[in-house]
Design a protein around this ligand. Structure first.
Ligand code: HXC
Length: 510
């Protein structure tokens, strides 16, 4: 028995050492933590339970039978974050560059199957050179097994990807099918083909960082939801992020104790909207002022900034926020902002997270680049997402709600449960000036007449009362009282039950 115990200890020590001291040093020199160090930060202390520590690859070609490292380049298992179960895999770059072999894939799949069966989130820490080159198609098969599970888990359990090193080729498609991608600045990158292939095929010269680094994906492509300065920040903030999510689609996010007054008045909101409708203001001020303790967990803060998405808590409950941002492109809806918000709305709806929509939108962005890019189809995504969402939806129009964008932004007509407006709201087909120039075209050139008509149109439509008179707006509320009103509405909607007609799945315009 003594010998057996020694053998166990020896094998465990070998697994824990991964690719060995030298490679660990190299990993640290790049500013990266090892697979196991990362899990220690991510999970509650002492909670990690490892599975498959002794799994080894089965390859024999290229002398692979002489190079076996227990665990085969990925650490898998389960543990807790803030006391709640999560399943994890953490690729070990020190073992064959974290590359994915047949057995490496089997380990990840085992964890994914557990996560779905037991209803708990899956968090993947990606740091890999891609398919294990020595294994060929067996490795590709392994990837496909992971992809299939990503798809079947989508909308069932939250899936989070932390990209903390290379992620290239077809390997990018596993993170891309998860709910959120977080990247680490300067040490992670994602691309379908690397700089060398790009150069050969398109003659473009580009660095890995420019092609697929954290800033590229958080500012240009929208692939990444958040980026972090280093591994540690990424892991610690992921812990915080998880507190907004439920364990699965069968549960609600945990309500935490709220020590912020639920009827806190915010007089600053009464003067936030400028008199001049062409002047911007920061919608994030509204979000911070209504949220518990002013906390807002923003997602994609540098991408499509004309719409703001993220999580707050109201009286301790997790709420998804979508808000037009008048500071950027006057808060217009364009292709990128529609896709950004649509995906967020669908995540919230899939995981029982109520949605607060703050509206100040002058319409869809005009122009050839938008039309050629398919704004019709992409704008429809947001409309579709709101209309099919059955979670509680509360809408607050702070200023403009013009045209089709009024309908799209969780209007009463597409299923807003409670729709509020501030007295400053303007709900109309378009702004007064544009409207007058169309319906009184014959008066153009006569300044006085145009001014009078504009005044007339403004008085008639640039207010919330026509919509409120029809019940499209449930109440016109004082800005300072918004927090209380929103909390009361979400409390009232807490037990909302709604089912859409049965179908295999919908056909959202993709
Ligand atoms: C086997 C690999 C590997 C791989 C790296 N290694 N990638 N082993 N299969 N895919 C090994 C290296 O041989 C090396 O071993 C160790 O990992 C570290 O690699 P380095 O090159 O020294 O590290 P670095 O300089 O940081 O470069 C990292 C890298 C580079 C950019 C990822 O290793 C690289 O380009 N790897 C190949 C990437 C690739 O082409 N993958 C296949 C893509 S196609 P030693 O023993 O020296 O430490 C793909 C298809 C997926 O993935 C399809 C899904 C459908």
């Amino acid at each position: 028995m003594k010998e057996n115990i020694k053998e166990l200890e020896r094998k465990k020590a070998a697994a824990k050492l991964g690719g060995g001291e030298e490679r660990i040093k190299k990993q640290h020199a790049k500013g990266k933590l090892t697979a196991r160090e990362r899990l220690e930060i991510l999970l509650d202390e002492g909670s990690f339970q490892e599975l498959d520590m002794f799994v080894e690859h089965r390859a024999v070609d290229f002398d692979m039978d002489k190079q076996k490292i227990p665990g085969d380049g990925v650490v898998t298992g389960y543990g807790k974050i803030n006391g709640k179960l999560v399943y994890v895999f953490s690729q070990d770059f020190t073992v064959f560059g974290g590359s994915l072999s047949e057995t490496h894939a089997e380990k990840i799949c085992k964890i994914m199957d557990h996560a779905v069966r037991n209803g708990a989130p899956l968090i993947g820490l990606n740091d890999s050179g891609g398919a294990r080159i020595q294994e060929g198609v067996v490795s590709l098969g392994g990837y496909a097994e992971v992809f299939k599970r990503n798809v079947l888990s989508s909308g069932v359990i939250p899936q989070i990807s932390l990209v903390m090193g290379p992620c290239a080729g077809g390997a990018v498609y596993s993170p891309s099918m998860t709910d959120f991608i977080f990247m680490v600045e300067d040490s992670s990158y994602m691309f379908v083909t690397g700089p060398d292939v790009v150069k050969t095929v398109t003659h473009e010269e580009v660095t890995a960082e420019e092609l697929g680094g954290a800033s590229t994906h958080s500012e240009k492509s929208g692939v990444a939801d958040l980026t972090f300065e280093n591994d540690r920040d990424a892991l610690l903030i992921t812990r915080e992020f998880m507190s907004y999510l439920p364990q699965s689609n069968q549960e609600y996010p945990e309500t935490i104790e709220c020590n912020d007054s639920i009827d806190r008045e915010e007089s600053a909101l009464d003067t936030l909207v400028p008199q001049d409708p062409s002047k911007p203001y920061d919608i994030k001020e509204v979000i911070h002022k209504v949220a518990d303790d002013g906390d807002f967990f923003e997602l994609q803060p540098k991408y499509a900034q004309n719409i703001v998405t993220g999580f707050i808590r109201l009286n301790g409950s997790s709420i998804g926020v979508v808000a037009n941002q008048p500071l950027v492109l006057a808060g217009c809806l364009d292709i990128n902002s529609s896709i950004k918000a649509a995906r967020f709305v669908r995540f919230c709806d899939a995981f029982n997270i109520p949605i607060l929509t703050l509206v100040d939108v002058p319409g869809f962005m005009p122009g050839t680049s938008q039309e050629y890019g398919g704004i019709i189809k992409h704008g429809a995504k947001l409309l579709f997402a709101y209309a099919e969402a059955t979670v509680p939806k509360v809408t607050l129009i702070t200023r403009k709600a013009y045209g089709g964008a009024y309908d799209v932004m969780s209007s009463k007509h597409i299923g807003g449960d409670i729709n509020f407006a501030w007295p400053s709201a303007e709900i109309a087909v378009m702004g007064a000036k544009g409207a007058v120039e169309i319906i009184f075209r014959q008066d153009i050139g006569d300044e006085k007449k145009i001014e009078k008509r504009t005044q007339e149109y403004t008085e008639k439509f640039a207010n919330p009362f026509i919509a409120a008179g029809r019940g499209y707006i449930d109440d016109v509320i004082m800005p300072n009282n918004s927090r209380k009103k929103l909390i009361e509405s979400f409390e009232m909607l807490k037990n909302k039950q709604q089912e859409n007609p049965w179908r295999k799945h919908d056909n959202i315009p993709l």
